[in-house]
Ligand binder design. Structure first.
Ligand code: SF4
Length: 400
């Protein structure tokens, strides 16, 4: 894949650290190219800059060069916020420091990275001009933080740093699990319920449905597809009950009524919630719908900022179901795009879209970002199932 690889398929690697620790030089050293502007004056990088690169033998990544986390003044604080937003969206963080070692700025970032679960590597740059206090590498050894001493000036440690970045990237890629086939046996039949209503795209199924179908076939199982108006006919046509029914969340109430309790039932969204995030966390978030009070604020978050298929779900259907289910006067905010609002903490719950355009690591990261800031999170499909009284049933196939 070249530099045209879609953003969602590239691993994001953010370089973060104080001003003038050599983040831009480090990008150039790691890539062997002059792709970042280097200057000895502190604060040369003012806004985050994306550098797509083919990190062989791993594959396509984007390095993000960020402004210093110790930047000062009104504008400086804005730059720090922009750097942190990039950090929370990255798959891997490279925490760069110099001979000052791990001070309060670095320890604060490490604490946040641990909370959000973003894997990181600590790079002690400028080893040519002095060593950091021994307490810094000692802390790394004690806490098992990976670290490298290096110098972008004489090249010491660059090869080792590059190899460690590739190892981290490869372990993240290996983490991705099958979508559904791991709970199926070869030869089993799955019934897929896909409504074809006016909101459905012309002439095709939507991406999550196609991906589930492909995963079933990859698992050597059989897939049988019907509209929600044909559930009974589909069930009667099959000689034996299907091993699993997977339905679009929007018709879960209807499908739940027609599919006997003895047949496991779930939704496309639930399958994706497990694949892309932590289903247990999202389930827990959905259960909190029962605890909402008048005046609570909820964030409905969509990953895409352009007009999307799920527009109507987030803006019309979920608000209506929330009102009917909770009976409370809730303050709903709808946010679309990469970033959550800065005042995320004010929300009692985040209801996130299914994230069909996001990688699994990106979706997990968004959830962890909520949890790190003390805000429970669920997603559209899991919340819809909760509001239709079938949450326990649709998570059961996944052992919850
Ligand atoms: S990523 Fe989210 S907002 Fe974008 S199309 Fe998928 S579900 Fe909709």
């Amino acid at each position: 894949m070249g530099s045209k690889t879609p953003r969602g398929e590239r691993l994001s690697i953010a370089l973060i650290g104080r001003r003038n620790v050599g983040k831009s030089s480090l990008i150039n050293a790691l890539t062997g190219q002059e792709i970042a502007i280097v200057d000895d004056h502190p604060g040369t990088t003012t806004d985050p800059v994306a550098k797509p690169f083919e990190l062989l033998p791993f594959g396509p990544v984007t390095f993000y060069d960020t402004a210093g986390i110790d930047d000062i003044g009104g504008v400086g604080e804005k730059r720090v916020r922009a750097s942190l937003k990039i950090l929370w969206r990255s798959d891997i963080a490279l925490l760069v420091t110099d001979s000052k070692g791990l001070g309060p700025d670095e320890k604060n970032i490490i604490g946040q990275l641990e909370k959000t679960g973003i894997p990181f590597l600590i790079l002690f740059n400028k080893s040519d001009s002095g060593s950091p206090p021994s307490a810094s590498p000692e802390l790394c050894r004690k806490k098992k933080y990976p670290f490298v001493f290096l110098s972008t000036k004489n090249g010491d440690g660059i090869k080792e740093a590059r190899e460690k970045v590739i190892t981290l990237a490869s372990s993240l890629a290996a983490e991705e699990r099958p979508l559904i086939r791991d709970i199926l046996r070869p030869g089993e039949t799955v019934l897929l319920i896909t409504p074809i209503d006016p909101g459905a795209p012309k002439g095709r199924l939507i991406l999550p449905q196609v991906q589930v179908l492909r995963d079933i076939l990859d698992g050597d199982a059989l897939a049988f597809t019907a509209k929600e108006t044909d559930i009974n006919r589909a069930l009667n046509t099959l000689k034996e009950p299907p091993s699993l029914v997977i339905t679009d969340s929007q018709v879960i109430g209807l499908v739940d009524k027609h599919v006997p309790e003895s047949i496991p039932l779930t939704t496309f969204s639930t399958a994706f919630a497990r694949y892309k995030g932590e289903l247990a966390v999202l389930t827990e978030g959905a259960r909190l719908l029962d605890t909402l009070k008048d005046g609570d604020s909820l964030l409905i978050a969509e990953a895409c900022s352009h007009h999307v298929q799920c527009d109507d779900i987030g803006r019309v259907k979920i608000p209506r179901w929330l009102k009917d289910y909770t009976g409370k006067e809730l303050n709903l905010t709808i946010a679309a795009g990469h970033d959550f609002p800065d005042d995320l903490e004010k929300f009692s719950l985040v209801i996130h879209c299914g994230g069909c355009m996001l990688t699994a690591t990106e979706m997990k990261r968004r959830m962890r970002q909520c949890l790190a800031r003390g805000v429970p999170v669920t997603n559209y499909g899991v919340a819809i199932s909760k509001m239709h009284g079938v949450l326990d049933r649709i998570v059961r196939p996944f052992g919850l």
